[in-house]
Write a protein that binds this ligand. Structure first.
Ligand SMILES: Nc1ncnc2c1ncn2[C@@H]1O[C@H](COP(=O)(O)OP(=O)(O)O)[C@@H](O)[C@H]1O
Ligand SMILES: [Mg+2]
Length: 256
């Protein structure tokens, strides 16, 4: 009898270990984001602009990818597609293995809220809301219980070094502080992908350094990051650098 019980538990354990190995394999095989032959055209006929031209790009769990390239090479268009703010004209975008083209606008809004975090050059905070209220907002959309929101938002603002400024509105904060609020807001729902389009473009060099240190900390905590920049110092902090030209990736190199 005892032997049987022992065997039963051994089998259970074996099953669980196997399942967890399978789950890990699944996670490591499925990229967080995968763009396959993605094209994006703006406008029709003679005025049509091809912003992306059969773009292929894969971002894996734990990646920190910097995207560089001349102005007009399609970086922001690619970020908008990765962020489900826009849809490809053709081609496929899979986010955590789910084909985005199969989803309606409501499902995309939910995915933007739960799976994606955004940081923009101009911060895009709500001007009439405090830092704390700005960070709480995505949790309201995600349906977090109200008694948890405040404490989670306070923790996130502490993490980005703004414990003292939680009740200030954006116009009472410096550019670097506003960007840190925006980063706290972007990570509050634990996104699988953090997207930042020229996040240091409006910052001076010492504040840029603060924001880059923060991205590095987040990356070490396991957050997957894609960041657009035209500054080598910024790109060099990433794990890989992708260069865009005419709506395509022309090279991807590993850093360091
Ligand atoms: N909403 C739009 N309407 C028309 N053309 C656009 C729009 N957005 C971008 N473009 C064009 O698409 C190309 C790529 O733009 P963008 O992705 O913003 O490049 P980048 O971010 O690399 O500077 C450019 O030629 C740009 O003018
Ligand atoms: Mg751009």
């Amino acid at each position: 009898m005892l032997l049987k019980v022992h065997q039963f538990f051994k089998q259970q354990l074996f099953k669980e270990v196997n399942q967890s190995i399978l789950a890990n394999q699944k996670n490591s095989i499925i990229p967080v984001a995968k763009l396959t032959n993605v094209s994006k055209n703006y406008g029709d006929g003679l005025l049509s602009v091809k912003a992306l031209d059969n773009l292929n790009l894969e971002v894996n769990q734990g990646d920190y990818l910097a995207v560089m390239g001349a102005s007009g090479s399609g970086k922001s268009t690619a970020m908008n597609i990765l962020g489900c703010l826009d849809r490809p004209s053709s081609g496929s975008y899979q986010l955590n293995g789910q084909a985005i083209e199969d989803l309606d606008d409501d499902s995309l809004a939910e995915i933007r809220n739960k799976e994606l975090g955004f940081v923009f050059q101009q911060f895009h905070l709500m001007p009439d809301a405090t830092a704390l209220e700005n960070v709480i907002l995505p949790m309201i959309y995600a349906g977090f219980p109200s008694n948890q929101r405040k404490i989670l938002a306070e923790n996130a603002l502490e993490q980005v070094g703004l414990a003292e400024r939680m009740n200030n509105r954006p116009n009472q904060l410096s550019g670097g502080q506003q960007q840190r609020v925006a980063i706290a807001r972007a990570i509050i729902n634990k996104p699988s992908l953090l997207l930042a389009d020229e996040p240091t473009g409006a910052l001076d060099s010492s504040t840029t350094e603060d924001v880059l240190n923060l991205f590095e900390t987040l990356h070490k905590q396991g957050i997957t990051i894609v960041l657009v920049t035209h500054e080598d110092e910024v790109a060099n902090r990433a794990k890989r650098i992708a260069k865009f030209n005419d709506g395509k990736v022309i090279s991807i190199v590993a850093n360091k």
